[in-house]
Design a protein around this ligand. Structure first.
Ligand code: FPP
Length: 248
């Protein structure tokens, strides 16, 4: 059963929501805990948010779990995030699969430890036919790295310059086959894109909240969807209401 947020018709529900899960470190600091405790609380929250995404009828969810820049964090935190990824797969894969969630990875898998790569590839393979929710995990992901990778492959394949257009570039990105995000949620109040889906976000709507990621709950998610439903998406044009008014 789809539990649509109050007053949101299905056609106003975003097809693809992407989330920058920021503020785990501050959440921990406020409690006098190590940063990794914040990431663990953030992981617990992620379970709830995935469940809510299915309930709300959103078909694609992309989460920013580890950026190409995150390697610059202290080794203990980097290793902790690698372990979290493995634990999430070990503990949650069965249930995610049973719930019809398809796992995909975006980013550079080949730069991760071989054991982690194997686990991720196994999870992707197991869930590849699931269609209820497509969950893209951005891990060792960077938007610029993704575009550089796309350009390299386009050049290597000898594609003529005049055949390179928006649609072709999109097919060379890690997100091939996934519609661009309709809504990007960023927790913890920072007003920046942080190298996340920089190509795909061209016309995404944003919901930025001061709430720290571990505290971003289903009710606030519902509010984010309601805010989105009230937006007038114009894609650089004028609103459909104005067009009708001017007989254009
Ligand atoms: C940003 O908060 C958060 C991250 C870099 C990691 C996000 C990871 C999770 C929520 C765990 C789920 C992970 C997987 C692999 C499924 P921050 O540490 O930058 O917070 P701060 O800005 O307050 O320091």
């Amino acid at each position: 059963m789809t539990d649509l947020p109050a007053n949101i018709p299905p056609e106003k529900t975003p097809r693809h929501v992407a989330m920058i899960m920021d503020g785990n470190g501050r959440w921990a600091l406020q409690r006098g805990l190590p940063r990794l405790a914040g990431h663990k609380a953030g992981t617990e929250n992620l379970r709830r948010i995935i469940r809510a995404t299915v309930e709300f009828g959103v078909k694609y969810l992309t989460i920013y779990a580890f950026s190409t820049e995150n390697w610059g964090r202290p080794a203990e935190e980097v290793n902790g995030l690698m372990l979290i990824l493995q634990n999430v797969i070990d503990r949650e894969l069965k249930e995610l699969h049973a719930e019809g969630v398809q796992l995909r990875h975006i980013g550079r898998l080949e730069r991760l430890d071989p054991a982690v790569q194997k686990k991720v590839l196994r999870a992707i393979d197991l869930t590849k036919n699931n269609q209820r929710l497509i969950l893209n995990v951005a891990f060792n992901y960077g938007g610029r790295d993704e575009i550089v990778n796309a350009i390299q492959r386009i050049v290597k394949e000898g594609i003529p310059a005049d055949e390179v257009n928006d649609e072709l570039v999109s097919r060379y990105l890690f997100t091939v086959g996934v519609p661009d995000p309709d809504l990007i949620v960023r927790t913890s109040g920072e007003l920046r894109i942080s190298n996340f889906l920089i190509w795909q976000a061209a016309y995404s709507e944003w919901y930025v909240t001061p709430t720290l990621w571990p505290d971003f709950d289903k009710e606030e998610y519902r509010r984010a969807l309601q805010t989105y439903a009230n937006r007038d998406r114009r894609y650089g044009k004028v609103s459909s209401g104005e067009l009708q008014g001017s007989n254009a």
